[in-house]
Design a binder for this molecule. Structure first.
Ligand SMILES: O=C(O)CC1=CCC(=O)O1
Length: 263
């Protein structure tokens, strides 16, 4: 079990691969922990130094009082990358992880060699829908939103086989306070005016069935970022690292190879 106290929060993380390998950092989505990437890791090129971590208030990381923001979460990621001596890294961020990656690239570009914005956009949802989510979680806890969430996360085919049950349990076990804090951070985050200033290699990925970050808003964010590549996964919804891990790994591998971030 690995933890580090950085940026005034104790974060749980996992680190694998050779110490001198090119670094890749994975930041997962709202309501998930670092196990989201388990199946993907074996499908990536050998020799990478891979960091996964639980955001504050999620998984085994500490829940902190006070307001949370995308910028604070980006500073957590920056502090962990620096603490572990990993930069410049490629940052792969899924959903809120993609927003964290955009903020990190804007605030600390020297830490990143590239950015993968997966199933995310420069703005996700609106204030009213996030407030509605916060209210429902306050009333019924995470189990109250589990079924509706599975419909956004996974395609009907994936759910029909019952493969979503494990992930519904992961969601239901996240701390309600930590989940609500991230919803507030998401409600306030709008990087649409800032991301045209990004100057690093960027790969954007969308899932055709995504009910949380529909492909058209993901593609629109790619259009705001100079030189950004865009890939659409036809058979996935919001969490392609779980639903179509081989295709997802192929897109990330091609990006790493194109920017020379492989052994
Ligand atoms: O709506 C969901 O649960 C999916 C999601 C939105 C932001 C995020 O990180 O996950």
């Amino acid at each position: 079990m690995l933890t580090a106290t950085v940026n005034n929060v104790n974060l749980h993380y996992a680190l694998s691969g050779p110490k001198d390998g090119p670094a890749v950092v994975f930041a997962n989505s709202l309501g998930t922990d670092l196990r989201l990437w388990d199946e993907l890791l074996a499908l990536l090129p050998a020799g990478l130094r891979v960091l996964r971590y639980d955001k504050r208030g999620h998984g085994l990381s500490e829940e902190t009082p006070g307001p949370c923001s995308i910028e604070l979460l980006a500073d957590d990621a920056a502090a962990l990358i620096e603490h572990l001596g990993l930069g410049p890294a490629v940052f792969v961020g899924l959903s809120i992880g993609g927003l964290i990656g955009q903020a990190l690239a804007l605030r600390r570009p020297e830490l990143l060699a590239g950015l993968v914005i997966s199933n995310s956009a420069a703005k996700l949802g609106d204030a009213a829908s996030w407030q509605d989510r916060i209210d429902r979680v306050q009333q019924g806890g995470l189990p109250a939103i589990a079924e509706a969430t599975m419909e956004r996360w996974f395609s009907p085919d994936f759910r029909a086989g019952g493969s979503d049950r494990l992930w519904a349990r992961m969601l239901a076990r996240q701390p309600a306070g930590g989940y609500g804090a991230l919803c507030r951070a998401l409600a306030a985050a709008d990087l649409r005016g800032a991301v045209p200033a990004l100057r690093l290699p960027v790969q954007v990925i969308a899932g055709a069935h995504d009910g949380a970050a529909p492909p058209e808003i993901v593609r629109a964010t790619a259009g705001l970022i100079p030189g950004a590549r865009f890939a659409l996964i036809e058979d996935a919804a919001h969490i392609p690292c779980v639903e179509t891990p081989a295709e997802y790994a192929a897109i990330i591998t091609r990006f790493l190879e194109e920017i020379g971030h492989v052994r």
